[in-house]
Design a protein around this ligand. Structure first.
Ligand code: SF4
Length: 483
């Protein structure tokens, strides 16, 4: 998962990109980058780390331009170093800078077929190389040839991709995979600088920068904002929407609206759906406590529906970020405690409803429950906003391999016993659909039921499982070398 922004024709693109990247920092904390163009010169700055660590006033002043691209990186595959940070740029047949959000399932096969030496492990390099190769097959670079090249690129890509590209003196191009798995929305504004356009992963970027939302891009659609600011839209491949349900459940910012469904409102409805399941069990609760931050909205609605007090029984240390290093085994054990601390007065002697968005491996859930028990909770009833996650995601959410996913090989009773709770209430599939108010036909729910929107062959599953295991070994070796 990553966050992308494209800006075309504004006063100072770098300051808009900088503010916009901060707004979507939640979509990736491992790297960030920016490409800007001022009509003559182009500038690129990127690296590993948070937006605030990579850019400073001096760098931003140097990034002069009226158009550009921005990116925050969340690695599913690839390294943590600056090598895989986006944007990427090629210069043949024309200069093309590009960013994307998603994950290409057949990345390895395409890399082999293209017969070029790739410089990174980032799947964007494959998309960009493929698109430039398709563009090279055209007689000249025109609006029509760009759309044709996008179509042929889409035909070869398997996976999720929301892409923004900038071609100096030609324009800004955006396109989204036919299943529209990852979000992408564009808008425009009129200011003293004239008309400008922006596209981003989430509408909050456009809201903050004063752009009026035009609409979400359709699956299989490409839009070119030409150099003269005229806009050309083309449905280059058939739209077959299968939006990722996890964007509403966990990933997107609570104040975002995706495909016209507000994330906050969706999470409130999901909380109410959880309460409905609990009502059938006919048991009493004294307090509803969220695991901050996503589950707060679920818990709020649940408490309201059950008429049970909502309390902040767990507080997050907001200053712990990705730079937090666990120097030894002992402190690794207490990592959860360092990040989250219970308010004993709110849970002691009480029947606590602890609410979280999802269970992945179950290790964090177990530690959270232990925290509640040590704080004196009389009973701990665990509520999960999402149905059981049983299969890995191949479209950009970093999940462990199937055998590491707790719900893939354990029943609810077994999980309940292992994490040490008095009861475990998962969201139902029906509750999920009601909460998101969407037709299941148009959602990706593959990590719940293995109904993948694109073909994911067994050898590809093995390939990704192997890569993830290898990367975890590297991370663990790096952690041990710190001790
Ligand atoms: S598999 Fe799950 S996380 Fe991945 S895109 Fe589908 S719904 Fe989203």
């Amino acid at each position: 998962m990553c966050g992308i922004i494209g800006i075309m024709g504004t006063g100072k693109a770098s300051s808009e990109l900088y503010n916009g990247l901060f707004a979507i920092q939640h979509r990736g904390q491992n790297g960030a980058g920016m490409y800007v163009y001022d009509g003559e010169k182009r500038r690129l700055h990127k690296g590993p780390g948070l937006v605030g660590e990579i850019f400073n006033k001096h760098i931003l002043d140097d990034l002069k331009g009226s158009s550009g691209l921005g990116h925050v990186r969340y690695p599913t595959i690839g390294s943590d170093t600056g090598r895989d940070a986006q944007p990427f740029v090629v210069y043949d047949p024309v200069e093309i800078a590009m960013v994307h959000n998603g994950n290409i399932v057949n990345v390895d096969q395409l890399a082999d077929e293209m017969e070029v030496q790739l410089e990174s492990e980032c799947d964007l390099e494959v998309i960009l190389t493929l698109f430039s190769q398709e563009l090279k097959k055209e007689e000249s670079v025109t609006e029509e040839s760009i759309f044709s090249a996008v179509g042929r690129t889409m035909d070869r890509l398997n996976g999720s991709y929301s892409v923004v590209a900038f071609m100096p003196d030609i324009g800004m191009l955006m396109f989204r995979d036919p299943h529209a798995i990852r979000p992408m929305v564009y808008g425009g504004k009129i200011s003293l600088d004239g008309v400008s356009y922006a596209v981003a992963s989430e509408n909050i970027v456009l809201d903050i920068l004063g752009y009026e939302i035009i609409r979400d891009l359709r699956g299989g659609e490409a839009i070119l904002v030409r150099d003269d600011k005229s806009v050309v839209k083309r449905q280059v491949r058939k739209s077959e929407p299968r939006h990722c349900m996890f964007e509403w459940v966990y990933f997107a910012r609570t104040d975002s609206t995706i495909e016209k469904t507000n994330v906050y409102e969706a999470r409130l409805r999901l909380g109410k759906e959880l309460a409905k399941v609990w009502k059938k069990k006919n048991r009493d609760l004294d307090v509803v406590v969220p695991v901050p931050d996503t589950a707060r909205t679920y818990a709020l609605a649940m408490a309201e529906e059950l008429n049970v007090p909502f309390r902040e029984g767990l507080l997050r240390n907001r200053y712990i970020g990705r730079t937090f290093i666990m120097p030894d085994q002992t402190s690794r054990e207490t990592a959860v405690r360092t990040k989250l601390n219970p308010i004993i007065e709110e849970v002691k002697g009480k029947r606590v409803a602890l609410v979280d968005d999802s269970i992945v491996r179950g290790t964090t859930s177990k530690k959270l429950v232990e925290l509640m028990r040590r704080a004196g909770a009389k009973e701990v009833h665990f509520f999960i906003g999402c149905p059981p996650i049983r299969s890995p995601c191949y479209y950009g959410i970093d999940m462990p391999t199937k055998h590491e996913l707790k719900a893939s090989h354990n029943t609810v009773d077994e999980i309940c016993k292992e994490i040490g709770v008095d009861s475990l209430t998962y969201q139902t599939m029906e509750g999920l659909i009601n909460g998101l108010k969407r037709d299941i036909k148009h959602l990706c729910t593959a990590c719940l039921n293995e109904d993948y929107p694109t073909q994911v062959r067994e050898d590809i599953r093995q390939y990704f499982a192997g890569k993830r295991e290898k990367e975890r070994e590297i991370v663990s070796a790096q952690e041990s070398s710190i001790t």
